[in-house]
Design a protein around this ligand. Structure first.
Ligand code: ZN
Length: 443
């Protein structure tokens, strides 16, 4: 028997993606209240909650550690913060929304004039009901964020401001889930974990990455998978700096963020356009029958820019829904539990699983009957096959696989040329292989 060593992984079976979207939403609800930042208790607690779902290895990188050109900052923690009017009413209260305080705010306890307070306030005039999300990681200051309407209504001469926060020699936390398959070749999934109560950016990423890790752990896999949960920028740089020995096995990767809103899927290409990850993702999107958008690589955005730095240069793209900065609720209190929906999370999860299926099962066969078309009828290959839409499609897929299985084309190349889904091509190859018409080419 030819190619007895070849086995498909478990992906080809149908999977309950709708359930995964509901589970992802439920996990977002659990994570939503925590006050995350690039360091501190909320981020650590988030990783603890993730580790209750999947096998997560959490690392701590001490304050002061040099990571490439950066230094891990002091750990920031906050317990309480408010602004009180002259009558003693808390008019801005961190306990009602953690977005009210600029992340990494210094401790403060003083009474200020309205003008002095105003220089520490942030609001969005175009969206007067929303609280903006602001950070000041590397420039020590303090600040409060509030709706523009509330800011305009401030009429007392003086206000008491109180922030109970501290900086200490602590650490930055990141988590890593490694799922081992037959081959050492790896797919890297990265999601940032540093945003407080904001759903699309970035709880959708954390939650989908957790569901994907769970899903992958339940499969028999040909390839290996590494799923990294780390703060943006300083976190991805810390991870890269501390794991340089692992980078050689990474053959493709995706940065996962803004993944639960109603927009179409958007793919941002990797640094070297036409890379393996670009071909896999674009194939999934082009054969999905749904609308999608693409963006060329640029050295701005999420952590793909660290993976794409010239010294690292990994083939990592970003598969998202509406890009960061391109939806009005981005980085505001309106990026809440109403903006993300289970069905959009499911749709993103489906696309990711389709990409991972290609990565796990893409391989090359050779046609053992290349002189004329082999007679499919006498081998029972004209039957309707389970799971495919109609008999014409399944026969056409077999003809494509037979025609292009000449050592130069892997199944992904056949899917791209035929414009048929990878799964359709995969099913056709499986039948032809079972019938002895294909031999597996060893990689
Ligand atoms: Zn963000």
């Amino acid at each position: 028997m030819n190619g007895v060593d070849f086995k498909w992984s478990g992906f080809i079976s149908e999977y309950p993606v709708n359930d995964l979207g509901s589970d992802a939403y439920a996990f977002i609800e659990i994570l939503y209240p925590l006050c995350r930042s690039i360091t501190g208790a909320g981020t650590r607690q988030t990783l603890q909650l993730v580790s209750q779902e999947i096998d997560l290895n959490v690392s701590e990188v001490a304050t002061g550690t040099q990571v490439f050109d950066w230094t891990v900052p002091e750990e920031w923690n906050i317990r309480d913060a408010y602004v009180e009017d002259m009558a003693g009413n808390k008019i801005i209260d961190f306990k009602l929304s953690n977005l009210h305080v600029v992340s990494y705010s210094m401790p403060v306890d003083e009474t200020l004039s309205k003008e002095d307070l105003d220089s520490h306030l942030h609001s969005i005039p175009e969206h007067p009901e929303w609280i903006p999300y602001r950070t000041s990681y590397y420039n020590k200051t303090w600040g409060f964020c509030l709706p523009e309407n509330q800011r305009k209504s401030l009429s007392d001469e003086q206000y008491k401001v109180y922030i109970d926060s501290d900086f200490k020699q602590g650490s930055l936390s990141y988590g890593e889930c490694y799922i081992k398959g037959e081959s050492k070749e790896e797919f890297l999934l990265f999601t940032h974990i540093c945003h407080p109560s904001l759903c699309n950016d970035n709880l959708s990423g954390i939650s989908i990455a957790t569901q994907l890790a769970k899903y992958l752990s339940s499969q028999k896999l040909n390839k290996s998978y590494r799923i990294v949960f780390a703060p943006a920028t300083i976190g991805s740089i810390s991870w890269l700096s501390q794991n340089q020995d692992k980078l050689l096995n990474i053959k493709a990767g995706l940065v996962l963020a803004v993944a639960g809103d109603s927009g179409s899927l958007t793919y941002k290409r990797s640094r070297n356009a036409g890379s393996y990850i670009d071909r896999m993702v674009l194939n999934v999107l082009e054969t999905s029958g749904k609308e999608f958008n693409t963006l060329d690589f640029s050295p701005y955005g999420y952590d793909e820019r660290q993976f794409a730095s010239p010294g690292i240069n990994l083939p990592v793209g970003s598969l998202m829904r509406t890009p960061n900065g391109c939806y009005p609720e981005y980085h505001t209190s309106a990026d809440n539990l109403d903006l993300v929906k289970p069905e959009y999370l499911s749709d993103t999860i489906q696309a990711y699983i389709d990409v991972l299926n290609i990565f796990d099962n893409n391989t090359t066969f050779i046609n053992l009957q290349p002189y004329g078309e082999p007679q499919l009828g006498k081998r029972g290959l004209y039957r309707k096959t389970g799971g495919l839409q109609d008999i014409e499609e399944s026969i056409l897929a077999k003809l494509w696989v037979l025609n292009l299985s000449d050592k130069d084309n892997d199944l992904l190349a056949i899917s791209i040329k035929s414009k048929m889904t990878f799964k359709t091509i995969q099913c056709a190859a499986e039948e032809l292989f079972q019938a002895g018409l294909l031999e597996h080419v060893k990689e």
